[in-house]
Design a protein around this ligand. Structure first.
Ligand SMILES: [Fe+2]
Length: 198
């Protein structure tokens, strides 16, 4: 059976995000990858054993797949955004023009992205390109899979689960985590996602 392998990330020293925080977080990411494989194996095993008898169990496992799969995929958007080290905001890029046009200015986009990041609960703040609507969107995904948008290109994914920052920050310091996340970004990763969108 096909199985998923965790990806490796080369993350430089960050400011305001400790190595321990990153190491623990990558360990959690690897757990998602492992669990997709485990769930798929369990579906196969139960189906082979007695698909009718285990129908409810199989369906329950299948319902869980979106959580583990998106948990893997969202972190695969997340960690590479730090690779290569922090850059200045890409003010001269096509991405910056598009975002400034929609949100009023680059700073207004950052303020909006930050305020969505401050949403209560565990989840993700995502900037994506909707190719069919020809427009960017910022939204909140609860957990990894609830409320996410179909058929859009993820450009920037900010992990707002407590596990992403609670080694370095208290829950009440969520805003500092957002600032640290934004300050450590390699925006070239984000602009290349935008430039290679379909
Ligand atoms: Fe995470």
């Amino acid at each position: 059976m096909h199985s998923y392998e965790p990806k490796k990330f080369t993350i430089p020293a960050l400011e305001g995000i400790s190595q321990k925080q990153i190491d623990v977080h990558i360990g959690l990411y690897e757990g998602y990858v492992k669990h997709i494989n485990v769930l798929r194996e369990q579906i196969a095993d139960l189906t082979e054993k007695d698909a009718e008898k285990y129908q409810f169990a199989i369906e329950s496992i299948r319902r869980r797949l979106g959580f583990e799969f998106n948990g893997m995929r969202m972190h695969e958007f997340y960690f590479p955004q730090f690779e290569g080290g922090a850059t200045d905001a890409p003010m001269e890029s096509a991405l910056a023009s598009t975002l400034s046009e929609k949100y009023g200015s680059w700073d207004a986009f950052i303020a909006h992205f930050t305020s969505v990041g401050m949403s209560r609960g565990s989840g993700w703040t995502v900037l994506a390109w909707d190719r069919k609507g020809n427009t960017p969107h910022v939204w909140w995904t609860t957990d990894h899979e609830l409320g996410t948008l179909a058929d859009v290109e993820v450009l920037l994914a900010m992990d707002m689960w407590e596990h992403a920052y609670m080694i370095d920050y208290l829950p009440a310091e969520k805003k500092q985590h957002i600032d640290a996340f934004l300050n450590n970004l390699n925006w070239n990763v984000v602009t290349s996602r935008f430039d290679s969108k379909n």
